[in-house]
Design a protein around this ligand. Structure first.
Ligand code: PGA
Length: 255
């Protein structure tokens, strides 16, 4: 029996919040979960609010991350931000391959793989997002889809690289829709991802890798999800915009 994985709860704020609103949310969150010692917590504000949130969280255990990065270190890429720039801005984490990036901004498995490498090279901790669309699920192609996504991203990485990566399984049909995967549906895919990780990496490393669930996670469904053996945390969108609800999600299971 391997050591239990430390839960990791993350809030993806997406394109929400002025600097002032973001700093206020960060301060409120700090008031609720600033003493957390047993679980990893991170927030992913928009780029423009990173500095304000960094200041508001200074000295707290709540980590800071960005929502995207460019694969190159620098260059003529108007409008883009590189992984070393995020590191310089105080980020410890970065989301890579979120389904909104894949669906709305044309990110391919290849782009995602390059961004993942860039994030690792900049000493960031990437959260690699994978997940099937409703059409893929209905067509019985869920496993094939997430397998292709993780293999494209992780092939040729070292075990030491994987130690720095968190996987987020986010079924596209559950994101922002209020439709959450049931705990059993989540576990089915998380268990499958675990098996694939073991096929690619030494078992001990695969078994230490955290797999978050994302897609309409709320205070009232987190407990059931976290009971599943391969659900190691959550990537929370909408419910992370309220300190009370994200705080309750971080404190799941404590009554
Ligand atoms: P949601 O978003 O919690 O609003 O469904 C999750 C995500 O996109 O990471």
């Amino acid at each position: 029996m391997s050591a239990p994985r430390r839960p990791f709860l993350a809030g993806n704020w997406k394109m929400h919040g002025t600097r002032e609103e973001a700093a206020r949310l960060a301060r409120e969150l700090r008031g609720i979960i600033g003493g957390e010692t047993e679980r990893d917590v991170a927030v992913f504000p928009p780029f423009t609010a990173l500095a304000a949130v960094r200041e508001a969280l200074e000295g707290s255990p709540i980590g800071l991350g960005a929502q995207n990065c460019h694969p190159e270190v620098k260059g003529a890429f108007t409008g883009e931000i590189s992984a070393p720039m995020l590191r310089d801005a105080g980020c410890a984490y970065v989301l890579v391959g979120h389904s909104e990036r894949r669906q709305l901004f044309g990110e391919t498995d290849d782009t995602v793989a390059r961004k993942l490498r860039a994030a690792l090279a900049a000493d960031l901790r990437p959260v690699l997002c994978v997940g099937e669309t409703l059409e893929e699920r209905k067509g019985g192609r869920t496993e094939e889809t997430v397998r292709r996504q993780i293999e494209a991203a992780l092939a040729s990485l070292s075990p030491a690289d994987l130690e720095r990566i968190t996987i987020a399984y986010e079924p596209v049909w559950a994101i922002g829709t209020g439709l959450t995967a049931t705990p059993a549906q989540a576990q089915e895919v998380h268990g499958f991802l675990r098996v694939r990780l073991r096929a690619l990496f030494p078992t001990a490393v695969a078994d230490r890798t955290r797999i978050q669930y994302g897609g309409s996670v709320k205070p009232d469904n987190i407990d059931g999800l976290m009971l599943e053996p391969d659900v190691d945390g959550a990537l929370v969108g909408g419910a992370s915009l309220s300190a009370t609800s994200f705080g309750a999600i971080v404190r799941y299971g404590r009554g």
